[in-house]
Design a binder for this molecule. Structure first.
Ligand code: CAA
Length: 389
C-alpha cells in the first residue's frame, strides 16, 4: 500500500582524497581486471587526518538544513558502523556543528551496513505518529581493512543525509518490508580494532542468503512482484556484489538471467559506489542518489531496495519515485563532491591508512588537509574537537 511518508531531500558527501585502483594494483601486482571487472571498483575515497564520520555527516546534512531550515527537525538519527565513541552519539557533534535546536532527540544506531535502513524505518514511524515532524537521517562510514588484505580493494568512505517527511518530494517508502536475520560471523570489528575482520567468501554467501530470505518474506507479506520494479538499489560493498545479488534474486524467482537483464535493473545505481568504494551504511542510499541523478525520468516508478548488514540483518522494501522529483536533486553538488577529491599516490594513501591519534589524552592537533566545510581539529584531553572551516 502507498505511504505518504518518505525521502524529501537527499545529499551526500565524501572525503577529500581518492586512491585509484590502478595505484593499488601497481603496488601489489594484481591484474587491474580483477578490480575493474572482478569486483567492479575503480577508485576509493580515503579520509584525511582531519576527516571522519562526523565531518562527512555534517557536510552531507548542511545543504539540507540550508534548503529547508531546522525548524521541524525534532529527531536526528545517525547510523554508522565505524563509530568514534563507545558512548556518545556521533550525531550530537553533528547537531552542534549544524546549530540544530536544543529541542532535538539525537541517537546513533548500529547493525553493520544495515543501520541506515533501521534509521529510515524509525524516522517513518516517528513521522507517522506526528506528520508535522521532520527527521534527519545521516548514514556515515569509513570502510577500512588491513593493508594488503583481500578487503583493502573494497575500502571507501561517504555519508548520505536524508530528510524524512510526510508528503516527500523524492521517494515514498512503501509497506510492507521483507525482513531477515541470521547469526553469522561474516564481518565484524571487535572494540579493540579499527580495521574490520572479514571472512570474504562467507560474507558473499551470507549476503545472497539474506537476499533470498528477505524476498521470501516480502512476498509473504504481500509485496510487489519482481516485474513491477524499474530498478533495484542494493547494498554495494563492491559494485559487482549488486550483480551477484540481482542474479540470485532473478534465479530465486525462476528466471534464467543474462548480463543485459541485470545491467538494466541495476546499471544506473553503481555510478557513485564504483568510484567512492564501500560506504557501509550509506552505500544503498548512494545507489539511490546515483539512480535519481543519472537515470531517465522515473516519476511514479517503483524501485526495490535491498539493505544488508553483516552479522546479519537485511530488509527488502519498495519506494515509489515522486513525480517532479528532478527539480529537487543535487546532481551537480554530488558530481563536485566526487570530482573535487585530490588524487593520492600509493605512498600518501599508506601514510593516511596508518595515521591514528595517540591514546595518551594529550593535545594532538591534526594537519589541515580537508577541503570540506568541517574538520576534526584535534584530540585534546581525550575529546574530539571539531570546527567549521
Ligand atoms: N580479470 C577479471 N576478473 C578477475 C580477475 C581478472 N584478472 N581476477 C579475478 N577476477 C574475479 C574473480 O573471478 C572474482 O569474480 P567472481 O566473484 O565473480 O568469481 C572476483 O574477481 C574477485 O576475485 P576473488 O574472489 O579471488 O577475490 P578475493 O578473494 O581477493 O576477494 C572479496 C574478494 C572476498 C570480495 C574481498 O574483496 C573481501 O573480503 N571484501 C570485503 C568483504 C565484502 O565486501 N563482502 C561482501 C559481502 S558482506 C557485505 O556486504 C557487508 C559489507 O559491506 C562488508
Amino acid at each position: 500500500s502507498d505511504s505518504a511518508i518518505g525521502i524529501h531531500d537527499l545529499s551526500f558527501a565524501t572525503t577529500g582524497f581518492v586512491l585509484p585502483h590502478t595505484a593499488l594494483a601497481e603496488h601489489n601486482g594484481t591484474d587491474i581486471g580483477k578490480y575493474h571487472v572482478g569486483i567492479g571498483q575503480h577508485s576509493m575515497s580515503v579520509a584525511g587526518a582531519d576527516e571522519d564520520i562526523v565531518t562527512m555527516g555534517a557536510a552531507a546534512a548542511a545543504p539540507i538544513i540550508s534548503r529547508h531550515g531546522a525548524d521541524q527537525i525534532r529527531t536526528l538519527v545517525f547510523a554508522t558502523e565505524s563509530s568514534i565513541d563507545q558512548a556518545k552519539s556521533a550525531g550530537v557533534y553533528v547537531h552542534s556543528l549544524l546549530g540544530l535546536p536544543s529541542a532535538t532527540r539525537v541517537v546513533e544506531l548500529k547493525q553493520a551496513c544495515y543501520g541506515a535502513t533501521a534509521a529510515l524505518q524509525f524516522a517513518i514511524g516517528l513521522v507517522h505518529r506526528d506528520p508535522a515532524q521532520r527527521v534527519l537521517v545521516i548514514a556515515s562510514d569509513i570502510s577500512k581493512y588491513e593493508l594488503d588484505s583481500p578487503g583493502e580493494a573494497t575500502q571507501g568512505a561517504a555519508a548520505v543525509a536524508m530528510l524524512v517527511t510526510a508528503d516527500p518530494a523524492l521517494v515514498r517508502i512503501e509497506e510492507p518490508s521483507g525482513l531477515f536475520t541470521a547469526d553469522v560471523m561474516d564481518f565484524w570489528r571487535p572494540n579493540y580494532r579499527d580495521a574490520a575482520l572479514v571472512d570474504g567468501q562467507e560474507s558473499i554467501t551470507a549476503y545472497l542468503q539474506a537476499v533470498e530470505g528477505t524476498w521470501k518474506d516480502y512476498q509473504e507479506q504481500g509485496g510487489r512482484s519482481l516485474e513491477e520494479f524499474s530498478a533495484f538499489c542494493y547494498h554495494q560493498p563492491f559494485t559487482k556484489m549488486a550483480h551477484k545479488a540481482h542474479r540470485h534474486l532473478l534465479n530465486t524467482c525462476g528466471y534464467d538471467t543474462d548480463e543485459s537483464d541485470i545491467k538494466r535493473a541495476i546499471g544506473q545505481t553503481t555510478a557513485c559506489n564504483t568510484v567512492v568504494g564501500n560506504s557501509y551504511t550509506a552505500s544503498v542510499y548512494l545507489a539511490l542518489a546515483a539512480l535519481l541523478d543519472h537515470a531517465d525520468d522515473l516519476s511514479g516508478r517503483p524501485v526495490g531496495f535491498l539493505s544488508y548488514g553483516s552479522g546479519s540483518v537485511a530488509e527488502f522494501f519498495a519506494g515509489t519515485v515522486v513525480p517532479g522529483y528532478r527539480a529537487h536533486l543535487r546532481t551537480e553538488a554530488h558530481r563536485e563532491a566526487i570530482e573535487g577529491r585530490r588524487l593520492l599516490d600509493y605512498a600518501a594513501y599508506r601514510e593516511l591508512h596508518e595515521w591514528s591519534f595517540p591514546t595518551d589524552g594529550g593535545d594532538h592537533p591534526t594537519p589541515a588537509q580537508t577541503t570540506g566545510p568541517f574538520r576534526l581539529a584535534a584530540l585534546r584531553g581525550h575529546k574530539r574537537i571539531y570546527e567549521r572551516r
